[in-house]
Design a protein around this ligand. Structure first.
Ligand SMILES: *[C@@H]1O[C@H](CO)[C@@H](O)[C@H](O)[C@H]1NC(C)=O
Length: 146
């Protein structure tokens, strides 16, 4: 029994279920978000990666790095095409470098690595379904790093 549990836990870890993850989100305001409304691009850190994909989870302020904020509906940051970074309120900086053609690749394609001051992460194109929320915004998953 113990052996089986260990194997199952290792498999879940490999999928990132219990590991940390970083998500690049485009977030639209809830109807009740107030005025003026903003459309945000956000780098979200989830100590438990699955939280970032959970519609019922709200990313806390310290785990969110706002890359851009626009008053124009559906206007978001351009994530691709070169080396970029964002510094969280905690002072931790996350850096990424997504190929310019990444959006024309299949879902879950590799988009190279990203890194913070702790370690390097493997990056993937996400499938743009809704994930967690942030500050009265509902976020679409654009890329993720595990
Ligand atoms: C990615 O996944 C989404 C959601 O399942 C789907 O609508 C979209 O067509 C997929 N895109 C590609 C490039 O396969």
């Amino acid at each position: 029994m113990l052996g089986f549990k260990h194997i199952a836990a290792a498999a879940l870890l490999a999928q990132g279920v219990f590991g940390e993850g970083i998500h690049l989100f485009n977030c639209r305001p809830y109807g009740a978000a107030g005025s003026p409304q903003t459309w945000l691009s956000v780098v979200a850190y989830c100590a438990n990666d699955a939280d970032c994909s959970n519609l019922g989870y709200t990313v806390p302020g310290n785990d969110a790095c706002v890359v851009s904020s626009s008053g124009t509906a559906e206007s978001y940051h351009h994530w691709e095409g070169g080396s970029q970074s964002c510094t969280f309120p905690t002072g931790v900086t996350f850096s990424w470098n997504i190929p310019a053609n990444a959006q024309s690749q299949p879902n879950f394609s590799s988009v190279g690595s990203g890194s913070n001051s702790y370690r390097s992460f493997a990056g993937y194109k996400d499938n743009k379904v809704n994930g967690a929320s942030f500050n009265y915004h509902s976020c679409e998953k654009i890329y993720y790093y595990i």
